[in-house]
Ligand binder design. Structure first.
Ligand SMILES: *[C@@H]1O[C@H](CO)[C@@H](O)[C@H](O)[C@H]1NC(C)=O
Ligand SMILES: *[C@@H]1O[C@H](CO)[C@@H](O)[C@H](O)[C@H]1NC(C)=O
Ligand SMILES: [Mg+2]
Length: 264
């Protein structure tokens, strides 16, 4: 096998990736472009490759993890910026649509699909690709993340935006439930509409009084209130298991990949 110069491979990557998700220009240069293999293994799990680590976090076998193992930063960066993340999102969206189109909706305005926002409907990948964040291999910084949120520049996750539009056509009402703070409502609404999420039944954000509540408890409570108001949650989609576990989870749940961070 001949080794291509890294710059050529980056160029090919940049050319072949659709423009809406082209972050090659922001790729920290210490991500070695040739390291597309499974990687050398998570430093806290001897003998486990980065691919095994990613599978274990996606399946919720590994829980309560703090950071992406530093040895897997390159692997996770490649996964997120390359084709595989997009393909995995497409697969989740395809499975969701395949289920949704087979349902007979009552069309009384109460057939609901729940979506999470961050890393499900919107992507913060331009933020996480920065060297300071290193795709989750560096400590979460509340201050810089909030600054990024306030820019309102998060792109849509293309597969999820497409699914959203298809669900609307099928007659679903859309409810977004996010752990974002209520104080970010106007910028969130602006960002969502700008990238194509133009309508919803409810967009639920976390109140200050709930800031001590875990995502799983908070989201369960919001879904319970939806059901008590007569809504039927037929589908529920999120990138965290805390979006999909707990109570009142809906008839079916769909996991969007996210190997960058874990929220309880
Ligand atoms: C977060 O980032 C800012 C700006 O780079 C920095 O000043 C601050 O020390 C960081 N906070 C933490 C907890 O790392
Ligand atoms: C959704 O789940 C509820 C409770 O299990 C059930 O009664 C209902 O028939 C299900 N709806 C669909 C469309 O599968
Ligand atoms: Mg999320």
């Amino acid at each position: 096998m001949t080794m291509k110069p890294p710059s050529l491979i980056l160029l090919i990557l940049a050319i072949t990736m659709p423009t809406s998700l082209t972050y090659a220009g922001q790729m920290p240069d210490r991500i070695h472009p040739l390291r597309t293999q499974a990687g050398s293994g998570g430093h806290r799990i001897p003998g486990v490759s980065c691919l095994s680590w990613r599978l274990a976090v996606e399946t919720d076998n590994i829980r309560d993890w703090d950071l992406v193992p530093s040895s897997c930063e390159g692997y996770v960066g490649h996964y997120m910026l390359g084709h595989q993340y997009r393909k995995d999102c497409n697969a989740a969206a395809w499975a969701a649509y395949d289920y949704a189109k087979g349902l007979t909706l009552k069309k009384d305005g109460k057939d609901v699909w729940v979506f999470d926002i961050d890393e499900t409907s919107l992507s913060n990948l331009p933020y996480y690709a920065r060297p300071d964040n290193a795709f989750g291999a560096k400590e979460y910084n509340e201050t810089t993340f909030k600054e990024w949120e306030l820019e309102g520049k998060a792109p849509a996750v293309p597969a999820i935006l497409d699914l959203y539009k298809r669900l609307l056509k099928l007659g679903f009402k859309i409810v977004f439930i996010s752990g974002k703070s209520e104080s970010l409502r106007s910028i969130t609404v602006y960002n969502m509409k700008k990238v194509g999420y133009y309508t919803w039944e409810k967009l639920i954000l976390k109140q200050t009084s709930e800031s001590g509540t875990t995502a799983m408890v908070y989201k369960s409570k919001e879904r319970k209130e939806l059901e008590e108001a007569g809504y039927r949650i037929l589908g529920n989609m999120g990138d965290q298991w805390s979006d999909l576990l707990g109570t009142h989870v809906g008839n079916r749940t769909f996991k969007v990949p996210n190997p960058m961070f874990y929220i309880a």
